[in-house]
Design a protein around this ligand. Structure first.
Ligand SMILES: NC(=O)C1=CN([C@@H]2O[C@H](COP(=O)(O)OP(=O)(O)OC[C@H]3O[C@@H](n4cnc5c(N)ncnc54)[C@H](O)[C@@H]3O)[C@@H](O)[C@H]2O)C=CC1
Ligand SMILES: O=C(O)[C@@H]1CCC=N1
Length: 263
C-alpha cells in the first residue's frame, strides 16, 4: 500500500510508527511532506512537497486544522487522484475535507497517541462510505488499537474522549503524584508510584472480567481507607461532574473549530 502523509508530527507520526512496526505499511512506500524534517521511521521519504507520479492508495492529512487551507492550496490537485483521504484534523468534517480536497472519499477520524504502541483508539466518522473503503480503513487502522465508527453527536463525544483522553489521564497521574508529594513522599518516588499504580490498574481493568466499578469495590473494604477516599470523589458526583465538564469543554471547542473550518 502506497501512502502520502501531508503533515506528520506528533499524532500522524505515532500512527506511522505503528504502521511500520506492525508491517501494515512498508517504510519505502511512504512519502511524508512536513514543513521541516522531523524524526521519522527509517526508510520513510520526507520532503517539502509531494512526490511526482501517480497518486497513492491513501493520503493521510496530519497538519493542524488551521493549516488545512494552506496545504489544500498546495496539494489538492495532486491528491485528487487518490481514492481515500484520511484526516485526523480535530473539528474538520467530511464536507470541509471535500471542499478543500475534491476527489478522494473523505474519512475524518480521531486517533490518540497510544496508537504508537498499538494500544490507541481511533474513532472514525464516515458513516456513508462504500463498503470497500470502510474495509480498507479498518484494515489500516487495526494495528493501531481499537477502532470505532460513529457519527453525529456520538462521534463528537467519542472523539474528545479518544483524542483528548490521554492528556486528561496524564494530568491525573501528575495530580496523584503531587498529592502524595504534598504528604511527604519524595518527588521522584511519588511520580514513579503514581505512574505504576495507574499502569497496573489500567492493565487490570483491561484484563479482569469485572467492571471498573466492581474493581473499585474490590479495593475498598467497607469502612476502610479506600472508601474514605472514594467518598471524596463520589461526594455530589464530584468526579463525574468534573469529567463531564472536561469533555464538554473539549467538545465545545471542537464545535467552534468545526464552525470556523466550515467558514
Ligand atoms: N496530538 C494529539 O494527541 C492529537 C492530534 N490530533 C490532530 O492531529 C493534527 C496534528 O496535530 P499534532 O501532530 O499534535 O501537531 P504537530 O505540530 O506535531 O504536527 C503537524 C505537522 O504538520 C506539518 N506541517 C505544518 N504545516 C505544513 C505545511 N504547510 N505543509 C506540510 N506540512 C506541514 C508540521 O511540519 C508538523 O510535522 C491536528 O489536526 C490535531 O487536531 C488528533 C488527535 C490527537
Ligand atoms: O487538542 C487538540 O485539538 C487535538 C485534537 C485531540 C487531541 N489533540
Amino acid at each position: 500500500m502506497r501512502v502520502w502523509m501531508i503533515g506528520c508530527g506528533n499524532m500522524a507520526g505515532a500512527m506511522l510508527t505503528r504502521w511500520i512496526e506492525s508491517g501494515a505499511v512498508k517504510a519505502e512506500a511512504v512519502d511524508v511532506v512536513n514543513r521541516k524534517d522531523r524524526a521519522l521511521p527509517a526508510g520513510v521519504r520526507q520532503a517539502r512537497a509531494l512526490p511526482t507520479g501517480a497518486a497513492p492508495d491513501i493520503v493521510v492529512l496530519g497538519v493542524k486544522p488551521q493549516q488545512l487551507d494552506e496545504v489544500a492550496g498546495h496539494y489538492a490537485d495532486r491528491v485528487a487522484g487518490a481514492p481515500i483521504l484520511l484526516s485526523i484534523l480535530a473539528g474538520v468534517d467530511a464536507a470541509v475535507l471535500t471542499r478543500a480536497f475534491p476527489g478522494p472519499v473523505p474519512v475524518p477520524m480521531m486517533p490518540n497517541l497510544p496508537v504508537a504502541l498499538g494500544q490507541g483508539v481511533c474513532v472514525v466518522n464516515a458513516p456513508d462510505v462504500p463498503t470497500e473503503v470502510r474495509a480498507r480503513v479498518d484494515a489500516l487502522l487495526a494495528p493501531l488499537g481499537d477502532v470505532i465508527w460513529a457519527a453525529g453527536t456520538v462521534y463528537a463525544a467519542a472523539a474528545v474522549l479518544a483524542g483528548c483522553g490521554p492528556a486528561y489521564l496524564f494530568r491525573f497521574i501528575d495530580a496523584l503524584a503531587r498529592a502524595a508529594e504534598a504528604m511527604g513522599v519524595a518527588h521522584d518516588d511519588a511520580a514513579r508510584l503514581a505512574l505504576a499504580t495507574v499502569r497496573g490498574a489500567a492493565a487490570l481493568a483491561a484484563t479482569d472480567p469485572r467492571s471498573p466499578g466492581a474493581l473499585a469495590d474490590a479495593v475498598a473494604s467497607p469502612g476502610g481507607t479506600t472508601r474514605a477516599g472514594l467518598n471524596v470523589l463520589d461526594d455530589g458526583a464530584a468526579l463525574d461532574r468534573l469529567m463531564q465538564a472536561t469533555l464538554a469543554a473539549s467538545a465545545a471547542r471542537a464545535e467552534e473549530m468545526a464552525a470556523a473550518a466550515r467558514g
